[in-house]
Design a binder for this molecule. Structure first.
Ligand SMILES: O=P(O)(O)OC[C@H](O)CO
Length: 996
C-alpha cells in the first residue's frame, strides 16, 4: 500500500466514525516503538525519534529535552548529597520515550501473547522495597505525644460541655472512649503496600489500559533519576495535578513497572468504597476526610492522627503522593492548592525530623478524559456521591471507550529545603525582608504575607472585609498610594488553609503563608510539566481562533504554528507525526458532540438531507461517497463573529455521508477515496495565495480557500475531485464546556498575554472584533483598513504606562483563577515582559520616535514614593492593524472569563437589600449566564459554567466587593461601598471595558 493509499484509507475510516486505524495512532504519539507504515517498514524507535525531531528542526525549535519542565541540573540537585551524572539523563536522548503498554515484537500479536507478556513482566518486577506495616505504624502513631495531647484537649472540651460535673472514673471512661475512637480513626485511615496487591494491580491495569488507550508514554531519563532517588534514604513527595482518577493508578503503575518505590497515596474518603478501597489500601492508598472537622468543633484527635501518620511515613523515608489541589479540575485549569498535608512535610523539614523532602511535580496528560466529562457539575448540578453501584456503572461506561494516548511527565525533583529558602530570600517576595519597601507595586502573594505579618488571621480578615473595594466609583485605577491588601494577589485564599493543628499564633500564620506560597510554587511547576496533547491544541484553536469553523488545511496550518509556539516556550507536546493525521485523530477523539466534520466538494449530485455530522455512520461497508447537499448562504458578519471571514468561504457546501442509501455520485468508490485524500491536503492552489494572519502561530502562507461558486469555476481548480474537510466546534452548552476543558490546558501559557491584549482594547477604548469585521466587509475589501478608523474612535497610539495600568487592573480581577507567574516573580515585571512580548511578536508596534518621547510624571512614580520631580520614561505604542486577527486570537483566551465576570457583577444587585446564602447567590448568577447562552446572547458560551461563576464570586470576595459571614449557612452581603445600583453599575462597566 502506498503512503497515499494509506492516508485515503485512514481518512475514510475516521470519517465513518470509527476509531483511527492503528497506524494513525502510532503516528501521533510522542514516540512509538512500533513500526509505523508512513515512516516505512521496520522503522524503529530510533528512526521514529529522528523523524520526530526533524519536524521541529524545520522551524528552528527543538522539543524540551527532558519533557517540558525545568530539568536543569541546579534545579534537581538537592541539599543532601544526591546528585546525578549527566549519563542518568542526557545520555538517554537517543531513546527518550518508552511506551509502558508496549509488547515487544509484532504489534498485531493476539490477546494471549499480551496476556502472557504482561503476566511475565508484572511478576518479574522487583518489589523488595521497604514499606512499614500497619501494626508498626499503629504503635508509632497512637502512642505518640501528639495524639495523647489531642485526647487530653478533647477531654477538656468535653469537660466544658459537661460543666465539670463528672468524677475521676468518668474521666477515665472518657479517655478510654477517646483512645478507642483514635484507634478507629487510625484503622479507617491507614494503608500499607503489599507485593501481591502491587503485582495484581500492575497486571490488571496494564491489561485494562491496553484496551482503553493506545499508549502510556514515559520519559526514560526522568524515570532514571527517580529510580536513583528512590534508592536513597530520603522521602519523596509526588505532587501531581489532578485530572482523573487514573492519575494515582497511573503513577503507582508506572513506578511499579520501573521498580521504583511505590508511594502512599492520600485519597479522599469519598473513595472508601469496598472492595475497591480494600485493594487501594494495599497499594498505598490511605483515606483522609474531605472535611476534617465536624461542623464548628475541631476534631483534634483526627488532626493529630493524620499529622503523625504522615510525619511517620516521612520519617520512614517513604514516598508520598498528594493531590495538592484536593479535587479533580472541572475546568481544565489547575485548582487553588490546599496546604494541609504539605504543611506537615514543611514542618518535618523545618523541625529537622527529616533532613529534606524531595518534591517531584508531575502531570498526567490525557488525550481524552477517561471519566468522560463534568458537564453536569458545570451546568450547576451537585456531584452525586460515589457508591458501589455508581462506581460499577462508571467503570462499565469507561470500558466502552477509547481514550487515545496518555503521557506521564515528571517535573524536575527539587529539594523542599532549598525551595523554602528560595522563597524566603527571593528579592520580590522576601518573608523577612527589609527590601520590600523598594518594591511597592509588587503584587506577589508574598507581599500579602508582609501586609499580614503583624496581624492575626482574624484581624486580617476583618481588615480585608472593611477595606475600600478595588472597584469603587471614583477610581478604579490601581494607583493607590498605599497598596491596600485587597490589591495584592492571589491564588492562596487569605486564611483558608489552616495547618492541621489549626492554631493561629503569629508564627503559625507566618508558616501558613509560607506553605501557601510553597503550594502555589508547586502547582506552578506541576503545570509546567503538563504535556499538551493533540485534543488540547485542536480544542484551543477551535475555541479561540476558529469559532465559526475552519477548513482542515487551515486548521492543520494553525496547529503546526501553535506547536512551534509551544515549543518555543519550552512546553512539550505529546504527539508527533503527520499533522493532518494528528488533527484528524484529535477531531475523532473529541467526538461529534464537540466537533463536527463536514466535507466541502464540488461534486454535484442530488440533494440530500443535511448531515452535519458526516462522520456519524458506523455501518458502512463500502466507501459510498460524499456529495454536495446544499448551498448555505453566509450569515451576516455580526452573526459570524470575528473569525469567520478569514476561514470560511462565503458559501460552502455541506456534504453528507450516508451509507444507507444508494448514491447517485457519478464516480466509483475509488474516486471518493481519491477525493478524500486530496481534500486532506487541499490541492487547490492559486497564485495569489493569501496569508492567514495568525502571527501568533507564525503561520506561513496557506493555500487559498474558495467559495463553492468559485470552486466550481474550472479556472480555479486543478482537479475536478478536490474536496476539503471543514471542522466546526459545537458552541452550545454543555458541549462547549467540555471543549473548553481541553482548550484550557493551554490557557495558563497564554493567559498573561491575553490579559494584556484585552487591556489594549480597554486602553484604546476600541472593540477590535468590530474593527475586524469592518475590515472584512466586502465593500472595504479584504485586508484593507478603513481609512476613517482613526476618526471613528480607534485611538491607535497609547502610552505603555496606560496599558500597564489596565493590564494590572485586569490581573487583579482575574488572578484568582490562574497562577500567572511564579511566586518568586514580581507580577509587575511579568506584566512588563508580556507587553514586550506583544511588541516583539508584532501585535503592538512601538512608535518610531520610541521610548522617552512620551515622558511623563508617572503616577507610578508617586506610588513608588519617588521624588515628585522624577520623570519616568514612557513609550508610545500602537496596535499593528494588519495583526488585528492575531490580537483577537490572543484576547479570546481570557475573553470568556471577562464575559462571565461581567454578567456575575450585574447580578450583585440581588444583594442590595439582603444577605443571600452562598449557594442561592451562585445559582442566581449561574442561571443568568446560562440564560444568555441558551438564548444566543452570550458571545462566548463557555463563560456560563459553574466554574467561571465560582471564580467570579471568589474574585468579588477577594477584592472586597462582597463579604461572607456565617449565620446558619454561609451568606454574602455587599460591602459598605456598594450600597446602590449606581455603584454596581460602575463596577459592571469597569469590567465591561475589557470585553472583546
Ligand atoms: O474530583 P473529586 O472531588 O471527585 O475527588 C477526586 C479525588 O481523587 C478523591 O479523593
Amino acid at each position: 500500500m502506498t503512503q497515499k493509499e494509506e492516508l485515503v484509507a485512514m481518512g475514510s475510516h475516521v470519517l465513518k466514525g470509527e476509531g483511527p486505524l492503528r497506524n494513525v495512532s502510532q503516528l501521533n504519539v510522542a514516540d512509538s516503538p512500533t513500526k509505523c507504515s508512513v515512516l516505512g517498514e521496520g522503522s524503529g524507535l530510533f528512526e521514529y525519534k529522528k523523524n520526530f525531531d526533524k519536524s521541529y528542526l524545520q522551524v528552528g525549535v527543538k522539543r524540551p529535552f527532558m519533557g517540558g519542565s525545568d530539568w536543569s541540573e541546579e534545579n534537581w540537585k538537592t541539599e543532601t548529597d544526591i546528585s546525578f551524572s549527566k549519563n542518568d539523563t542526557l545520555a538517554l536522548s537517543v531513546k527518550p520515550f518508552i511506551n509502558l503498554l508496549h509488547v515487544p515484537g509484532v504489534q498485531e500479536r493476539g490477546i494471549l501473547t499480551r496476556f502472557l507478556y504482561y503476566s511475565y513482566t508484572t511478576t518479574s518486577r522487583r518489589t523488595n522495597h521497604y514499606y512499614p506495616s500497619i501494626p508498626y505504624m499503629r504503635e508509632k502513631v497512637l502512642s505518640g505525644e501528639r495524639v495523647h495531647h489531642a485526647i487530653q484537649k478533647t477531654m477538656c472540651s468535653t469537660e466544658n460541655v459537661l460543666q465539670n460535673k463528672h468524677s475521676v472514673s468518668d474521666e477515665k471512661f472518657i479517655e478510654t472512649q477517646l483512645q478507642r475512637k483514635a484507634a478507629v480513626v487510625f484503622d479507617e485511615m491507614v494503608a500499607t503496600v503489599t507485593s501481591k496487591a502491587l503485582k495484581f494491580c500492575g497486571w490488571l491495569f496494564l491489561t485494562i489500559l491496553r484496551q482503553l488507550t493506545k499508549s502510556v508514554h514515559l520519559h526514560e531519563g526522568q524515570l532514571n533519576v527517580l529510580r536513583i532517588l528512590s534508592e536513597k534514604k530520603i522521602p519523596i513527595l509526588y505532587l501531581p495535578l489532578h485530572f482523573s482518577h487514573f492519575d494515582y493508578i497511573l503513577l503507582s503503575l508506572v513506578l511499579y513497572h520501573n521498580e521504583i518505590r511505590s508511594p502512599f497515596v492520600a485519597s479522599g474518603n469519598n473513595l472508601l468504597i469496598p472492595p475497591f478501597s480494600t485493594i487501594m489500601r494495599r497499594v498505598g492508598g490511605f483515606f483522609i476526610r474531605r472535611k476534617i472537622d465536624n461542623g464548628k468543633d475541631k476534631d483534634f484527635i483526627y488532626r493529630a492522627i493524620l499529622h503523625d501518620y504522615v510525619n511517620q511515613l516521612l520519617k520512614e523515608n517513604q514516598s508520598l503522593e498528594v493531590f495538592i489541589e484536593g479535587t479533580r479540575t472541572r475546568s481544565g485549569l489547575p485548582n487553588q492548592p490546599k496546604t494541609g498535608l504539605l504543611s506537615v512535610a514543611v514542618e518535618a523539614v523545618e523541625n529537622g525530623y527529616v533532613p529534606d523532602v524531595i518534591v517531584v511535580p508531575l502531570c498526567v496528560s490525557y488525550e481524552k478524559l477517561i471519566e468522560g466529562n463534568f458537564d453536569r457539575e458545570l451546568m450547576g448540578y451537585r456531584k452525586a456521591p460515589e457508591n458501589f453501584f455508581s462506581s460499577i456503572w462508571t467503570i462499565a461506561k469507561m470500558l466502552c471507550g477509547f481514550y487515545g494516548h496518555i503521557r506521564v511527565n515528571f517535573g524536575a525533583p527539587t529539594s523542599m529545603k532549598k525551595t523554602l529558602n528560595e522563597i524566603r530570600s527571593s528579592p520580590s517576595c522576601t518573608f523577612h525582608s527589609t527590601t520590600t519597601a523598594s518594591l511597592p507595586r509588587s503584587r506577589s502573594l508574598y507581599e500579602q504575607v508582609m501586609v499580614m505579618e503583624d496581624q492575626t488571621s482574624k484581624s486580617c480578615l476583618e481588615q480585608k472585609s472593611t477595606s475600600t473595594p478595588i472597584m469603587d466609583n471614583a477610581s478604579f485605577s490601581l494607583h493607590s498610594k498605599a497598596l491596600p491588601p485587597q490589591h495584592l494577589h492571589k491564588m492562596a485564599m487569605p486564611m483558608s488553609s489552616p495547618l492541621l493543628e489549626g492554631t493561629s499564633s503569629k508564627k503559625d500564620n507566618e508558616t501558613r503563608e509560607l506553605v501557601s506560597l510553597l503550594a502555589e510554587r508547586y502547582v506552578y511547576t506541576s503545570m509546567k510539566s503538563k504535556t499538551f496533547m493533540s485534543t488540547n491544541l485542536v480544542a484551543f484553536l477551535l475555541l479561540h481562533k476558529w469559532r465559526c469553523g475552519v477548513s482542515m488545511p487551515v486548521l492543520v496550518n494553525s496547529f503546526r504554528c501553535l506547536i512551534t509556539e509551544l515549543i518555543t516556550r519550552k512546553a512539550d507536546i505529546g504527539f508527533s507525526g503527520d499533522y493532518h493525521e494528528v488533527v484528524l485523530h484529535a477531531v475523532y477523539l473529541l467526538g461529534e458532540r464537540l466537533v463536527t466534520l463536514d466535507c466541502t466538494t464540488r461534486c454535484k449530485t442530488r440533494s440530500r438531507t443535511s448531515s452535519v455530522a458526516s462522520a456519524r455512520s458506523k455501518h458502512s461497508t463500502v466507501d459510498s461517497g460524499y456529495e454536495i447537499e446544499e448551498i448555505i448562504l453566509m450569515p451576516s458578519p455580526e452573526e459570524l463573529g470575528p473569525d469567520y471571514k478569514r476561514n470560511a468561504p462565503e458559501k460552502f457546501a455541506q456534504c453528507s455521508y450516508d451509507s444507507g442509501e444508494e448514491l447517485s455520485v457519478e464516480s466509483d468508490p475509488s474516486d471518493t477515496r481519491e477525493n478524500l485524500s486530496t481534500g486532506l491536503y487541499m490541492t487547490v492552489t492559486a497564485d495569489d495565495a493569501v496569508s492567514v494572519d495568525d502571527e501568533l502561530m507564525m503561520a506561513p502562507p496557506v493555500k487559498k480557500l474558495f467559495s463553492v461558486e468559485e470552486f466550481n469555476e474550472p479556472s480555479n481548480r486543478d482537479n475536478q475531485s478536490d474536496v476539503c474537510l471543514f471542522v466546526k466546534p459545537s458552541l452550545s452548552i454543555p458541549h462547549v464546556f467540555e471543549l473548553s476543558y481541553y482548550a484550557n490546558a493551554l490557557t495558563p501559557i497564554f493567559a498573561m498575554e491575553s490579559i494584556a491584549a484585552l487591556a489594549v482594547g480597554a486602553t484604546t477604548g476600541f472593540r477590535f472584533s468590530i474593527l475586524e469585521k469592518q475590515i472584512n466587509l466586502p465593500n472595504v475589501g479584504e485586508g484593507k483598513i478603513p481609512v476613517d478608523v482613526d476618526d471613528k474612535g480607534l485611538q491607535t497610539s497609547f502610552l505603555r504606562s496606560a496599558l500597564f495600568d489596565k493590564t494590572i487592573e485586569l490581573v487583579d480581577i482575574l488572578q484568582m483563577d490562574l497562577i500567572l507567574c511564579d511566586v518568586t516573580k514580581n507580577l509587575e515585571s511579568a506584566v512588563s515582559e508580556v507587553i514586550d512580548s506583544l511588541i516583539a511578536s508584532g501585535v503592538l508596534a512601538s512608535q518610531e520616535y520610541g521610548i522617552s518621547a512620551a515622558t511623563k510624571r508617572c503616577e507610578t512614580a508617586r506610588d513608588l514614593c519617588f521624588d515628585d520631580d522624577e520623570v519616568v520614561q514612557d513609550q508610545w505604542l500602537k496596535v499593528n492593524l494588519p495583526s488585528i486577527s492575531q490580537l483577537i486570537s490572543i484576547m479570546s483566551v481570557m475573553a470568556g472569563f471577562v464575559e462571565g465576570y461581567v454578567v456575575a457583577s450585574s447580578q450583585l444587585t440581588c444583594l442590595l437589600d439582603e444577605a443571600v446564602p452562598e449557594t442561592l447567590f451562585k445559582s442566581k448568577i449561574l442561571s443568568a449566564v446560562q440564560d444568555r447562552a441558551n438564548t444566543g446572547i452570550a458571545i462566548r458560551s463557555e463563560c456560563s459554567s459553574s466554574e467561571v461563576v465560582r471564580y467570579a464570586v471568589r474574585s468579588f470576595e477577594w477584592n472586597g466587593i462582597i463579604e461572607r459571614y456565617q449565620k446558619d449557612e454561609k451568606q454574602f452581603v455587599l460591602s459598605s461601598d456598594f450600597t446602590d445600583t449606581e455603584s454596581i453599575g460602575n463596577l459592571v462597566s469597569r469590567i465591561s471595558q475589557f470585553l472583546l
